[in-house]
Ligand binder design. Structure first.
Ligand SMILES: [Zn+2]
Length: 330
């Protein structure tokens, strides 16, 4: 943990600020130590460089979902070339310019690919949050960036007031037990006039996943030991990879072929992926105990409830929603 994170942290119990009690430091990072509230008796540990704001108890489903993604992002921790293009597609119409000098929150930062990019885009401060042990990868991938911080915490219990001028959550809210609650929690940490951006699975365009893949995920693959699920993903990943390279990649420049193929908008968009990217995408679909598919109306309702203005909600790749807007000015 870098000292410059301290002014952002607020105790949820009393609203007080924290004292930092370092026990082991490496350069600018406090690797081990404690954060003790100055207003009450609450304290949180810093372990391996990461402040751990974990609640005493975490619901079983939430814990299992966090463990699933921890497995994914600690076994597939590298940042890739595709990350930038994907991120910009998920947050559009926002562009790299919208990050300049902003105070940015990434809710559900996984291995840290987007906090890394946010810093590259010129953000003043970037704080990545994840409930899972993926924070270990995120910290490793970003510790050399002076403006980036990583903490382990639940999106519903973040140790912040509302210091953020831009908050985003990519592919995370649909894995929460009550997604709307997650969206409202995220928006509560954004300053009036600040921006919020989310990307979630769509109900529209994913009927076949809900009908055929979801029962498999819910009843079998999310319950198996992660290593077994990983092995089971290999045959479908090989089939998908072959289909992407033989059919969907050629279809990118052949509109007539694209029209003939099913699910082509999405599959053409990932047809350039490496086998590893493709394999972990399959794993990602099959491993989480909790996943929802949201209609456009639901996403609109989240934005309206949070009093977000100038909202843009767009369909992405025919199977998901990306939404952006401004928090109401007082
Ligand atoms: Zn306190």
């Amino acid at each position: 943990m870098k000292l410059s994170l301290l002014p952002f942290l607020v105790c949820r119990a009393c609203g007080g600020s924290f004292s930092l009690i370092p026990e082991k430091t490496e350069g600018t990072e406090v690797m081990e130590g404690r954060l003790a509230c100055q207003g009450c008796a609450v304290a949180f540990p810093i372990v391996r460089g990461i402040p751990r704001f974990l609640p005493q108890t975490i619901e079983a489903d939430k814990k299992a979902t966090a463990a699933a993604f921890a497995y994914e992002w600690t076994h597939y921790s590298e940042l890739t070339e595709a990350d930038r293009k994907e991120f910009l597609a998920w947050i559009a119409p926002l562009t790299p310019d919208d990050f300049k000098d902003q105070v940015v929150l990434d809710a559900g930062c996984g291995k840290g690919r987007h906090i890394h990019l946010s810093a590259q885009f010129g953000a003043k401060t970037v704080i990545g949050v994840d409930l899972s042990d993926a924070v270990e990868s995120a910290f490793g991938n970003t510790r050399d960036l002076p403006s980036v911080h990583v903490i382990q915490a639940d999106i519903l219990h973040l140790p912040f007031a509302n210091p953020f001028t831009l908050a985003y959550s990519i592919g995370v809210i649909h894995h929460l037990p009550v997604p709307k609650q997650g969206f409202l929690a995220l928006s509560s940490h954004v300053q009036p006039g600040g921006r919020i951006s989310v990307w979630v699975y769509g109900k529209e365009g994913n009927r076949w996943i809900e009908q055929f893949v979801d029962p498999l995920r819910k009843n079998i693959t999310s319950r198996l030991p992660k290593f077994i699920t990983r092995c089971l993903c290999f045959p479908p990943a090989v089939l998908l990879y072959a289909g992407l390279k033989l059919l969907y990649k050629p279809a990118v420049s052949r509109p007539w072929l694209k029209q003939l193929l099913p699910y082509s908008e999405y599959l053409c968009s990932i047809s350039g992926y490496t086998f590893a990217e493709n394999f972990w995408n399959v794993f990602d679909q099959l491993v989480a105990p909790t996943a929802y598919y949201h209609s456009r109306d639901e996403v609109v309702d989240w934005f309206e409830t949070a009093a977000v203005q100038q909202t843009t909600i767009e369909r992405h790749n025919g199977n998901s929603w990306r939404g952006t807007g401004l928090l109401l000015l007082p």
